[in-house]
Design a protein around this ligand. Structure first.
Ligand SMILES: [Zn+2]
Length: 382
């Protein structure tokens, strides 16, 4: 019996949390665990060997914002083809399900997918079911007790509470909806993920209701409640939130929530995103988002190093969700979730969510994925 089930040979690691960047290692995997990370493991010791000498290997990518309640939430898409099939080993559904629909999401998505899915439960009990009617236009959906009960029942997989604060979604109920979401977070100890675009509350007012560990997604959206003021300056409340208050600013690219001009203004004034996520859903998967990999490529273009970009889809989201060590790094004893990828030097047209176009010179391309010790070749879910 070979000692390892799977051996990844000659991998150039990009593992920021493990301090292993641009070093070449062999990785021996047994069952779902990384057993050995070493300079040389002999091929005879493994049942299956992958030559990784032409690619980079990072911890499995983590997408903090997707919608995969396929067939139920209007905007959702099939999970495995769009996550694991594109290099993402762990993804967080951002509020597709609420207390009315969550048990189905657990049963038909989380429990049966190859991707590790977790969920932010929407404060609206219907989740993001329909497109035409905002989920908080009727406050009866924001049932605090039912949300708390659901969080308690599904403690393993519900990791936070989601609210969308846009005027056309909350109607007159923005403040009360947010108050109720806050109440669920206080009782359960779970973080809040807040979508701030075009809100009836100002950025400062919303941030006032957020606590350390909470997530401000769509952090580079271009509406009046964004991080850049009308003079092009970063709003001080955004700086304070990220630097002093422990609020995580997450990209959540989406179909309308990422603007190059906002990202450029913010990043040039030192306001960086904490995590890079896609907000992949039905209305952006055919463009402009396509994948987490392309979203990551946009941040290479914006000036982050490859190491920084990888950190924001591995260690940073894992740390935020309290699972760094199990995932988010390449470590003996850790879960064998790995993403194999290339960086292609080629001219590429990059599109944001509001019509902005930039020309990049590098793209990150997923090659294959190991999830829980099992190898997933490209196209396996097509
Ligand atoms: Zn979303």
């Amino acid at each position: 019996m070979p000692r390892y089930d799977l051996l990844i040979k000659q991998a150039t690691l990009i593992d920021p949390a493990g301090g292993q960047v641009d070093v070449v290692r062999d990785i021996g995997i047994t069952d779902d665990r990384i057993e050995t990370v070493g300079e040389e493991i002999f091929e005879e010791e493994a049942a299956t060997v992958i030559d990784a000498s032409e690619v980079y290997v990072s911890p499995g990518w983590i997408d903090l914002h997707v919608h995969v309640w396929d067939g139920v939430a209007d905007l959702a898409i099939p999970g495995d083809p769009n996550c694991l099939g594109k290099g993402v080993t762990t993804a967080y559904d951002a509020g597709s399900a609420g207390a009315d629909t969550y048990p189905g999401f657990q049963k038909y998505v989380i429990d049966v997918s190859a991707t590790r899915f977790k969920a932010f439960l929407h404060i609206s009990s219907q989740g993001q079911l329909t497109k035409g009617i905002g989920e908080l236009e009727d406050l009866r959906y924001a049932d605090v007790d039912r949300a708390i009960r659901m969080c308690e029942e599904y403690r393993e997989d519900i990791v936070g509470i989601k609210i969308r604060m846009s005027r056309n979604i909350v109607g007159e109920n923005g403040r009360e909806g947010l108050k109720r979401a806050r109440e669920v977070c206080e009782t359960t100890g779970l973080p809040l993920m807040l979508h701030p675009n075009a809100s009836p509350m100002s950025l400062a007012e919303m941030l006032n209701e957020m606590r350390s560990g909470d997530v401000m997604t769509h952090c580079f959206h271009k509406s009046d409640t964004g991080v850049i003021d009308t003079d092009g300056k970063v709003r001080p409340e955004a700086v304070k939130a990220t630097q002093e208050d422990g609020i995580l600013f997450d990209v959540g690219h989406g179909a309308g929530s990422f603007a190059f001009e906002v990202a450029e203004a913010a990043m040039s004034q030192s306001l960086l995103p904490g995590t890079i996520s896609s907000d992949l859903h039905k209305y952006n998967v055919e463009g402009p988002v396509y994948s987490l990999a392309l979203t990551m490529s946009k941040f290479l273009h914006l000036g982050l190093s490859l190491e920084n970009v990888i950190e924001k889809v591995t260690a940073a989201p894992a740390q935020a969700m309290g699972v760094l060590g199990e995932i988010g790094t390449i470590r003996e004893g850790g879960c064998a979730d790995l993403t194999l990828f290339k960086v292609k030097e080629e001219e590429v047209e990059l599109r944001d969510a509001i019509g902005g176009i930039r020309t990049g010179d590098r793209t990150i391309e997923h090659v294959s994925t190991v999830r829980g010790g099992r190898l997933y070749a490209p196209g396996v879910f097509d």
